[in-house]
Design a protein around this ligand. Structure first.
Ligand code: TRP
Length: 329
């Protein structure tokens, strides 16, 4: 019998998760906890690569992120949920991998160049920021998984991980399988104002938002900019709201909306009312789970303790092979 395949993935704890995180990643994670043996971690060390100057809220963000994960249906009985910095083996592996990773690979990394240019509010000239993909490779391969569910933007990091694996195996013998990215089908989730949905733009619909929070947000959502009057026909393709109907509204209703918009028989206000209903139906089970999680104040700690122990065990097993292969103790 073949062993169950493994999945590993993580997210940086930088604030509350929004519906873009759900459709872009978490939905896939929830599916993979049943298909494979899955480990998901909160990447608190990774948060330091760019936010090292102020770490005061990191503990709060870690906990909030776990609550968000549980609310969408990640289930600690079916996957391990842990905190990166609780598994010190990751740092040991990172040190070894940093010795065999050529600087040129890191300097050529497109995300490195891009973020150096884009993020001007903080100084990103630090060693850890350049080494981000080496730490990410360590996170992944310490559990020797086959699968890593990530978004398109992480593909360069996945390629680097595979290159590091090949180099390690070439130098020291076959210890690691080459992990593969498992892409989340591209879900278009624009923010309320049409830009990318992001906490820092203040244009997000968050998983924890109450119905009272979402109603005014949906009212401000941009629709087809060419549709100035109710009597103007619109095009769902140019509308910022319509992609959400494709994710959350029943397909017959979607077809009616398409027609009604194009024929100007359905106005944006009514279309938003339909969306609000879909959103409420989507969020209701999440809010129910959230309430029962928050009613048990020790739960998140217990889940993390259990997940940390499982992750440590798996990482330690790999590290024994690594230390052996590299002739270290
Ligand atoms: N780099 C990922 C992101 O920004 C987060 C991450 C860190 C990760 N380590 C990982 C994702 C390991 C998958 C596997 O989204």
């Amino acid at each position: 019998m073949t062993a169950r395949q493994r999945t590993v993935s993580g997210m940086r704890p930088t604030g509350p998760l929004h519906i873009g995180h759900y459709f872009g990643a978490l939905k896939n994670w929830v599916a993979m906890q049943d298909e494979t043996e899955a480990l998901f971690f909160v990447a608190d060390w990774h948060a330091l690569t760019s936010d090292y100057a102020d770490t005061s809220r990191i503990d709060e963000y870690v906990r909030e992120m776990v609550v968000d994960w549980l609310s969408v249906g990640l289930d600690p009985a079916r996957c391990a949920i842990y905190r990166q910095s609780e598994v010190k083996q990751t740092a040991e592996l990172h040190l070894i991998l940093s010795m065999i990773t050529p600087l040129g690979w890191l300097e050529r990394n497109p995300t490195y160049k891009e973020q150096q240019q884009e993020i001007t509010s903080r100084d990103l000239g630090n060693y850890g920021f350049l080494g981000y993909p080496v730490l990410m490779a360590s996170d992944i391969i310490q559990h020797r998984p086959q699968w890593v569910p990530v978004g398109q933007d992480q593909l360069p990091h996945m390629e680097l991980t595979r290159e590091i694996v090949r180099r390690f195996n070439h130098l020291y013998g076959e210890v690691f399988p080459e992990p593969q990215a498992r892409l989340t089908p591209a879900a278009k989730c624009p923010g309320l104002d049409g830009r990318k949905m992001s906490k820092s733009y203040g244009n997000g619909i968050f998983l924890k938002d109450s119905l009272a929070d979402i109603e005014p947000k949906v009212k401000t959502m941009f629709t087809d900019p060419a549709r100035l009057r109710r009597s103007d026909p619109g095009s769902p393709e140019k509308c910022n709201l319509f992609p959400y109907h494709t994710l959350m509204t029943a397909s017959e209703t979607q077809a009616e909306i398409r027609q009604g918009c194009a024929a100007a028989t359905l106005g944006c206000v009514d279309c938003k009312k339909i969306f609000l209903k879909s959103l409420e139906a989507f969020l209701a089970p999440l809010h129910e789970r959230r309430a029962s999680i928050l009613a048990r104040p020790r739960l998140v700690d217990e889940i993390l303790m259990d997940g940390n122990a499982k992750a440590r065990e798996s990482a330690e097993e790999t590290m024994r092979l690594v230390r052996d292969a590299v002739h270290l103790v």
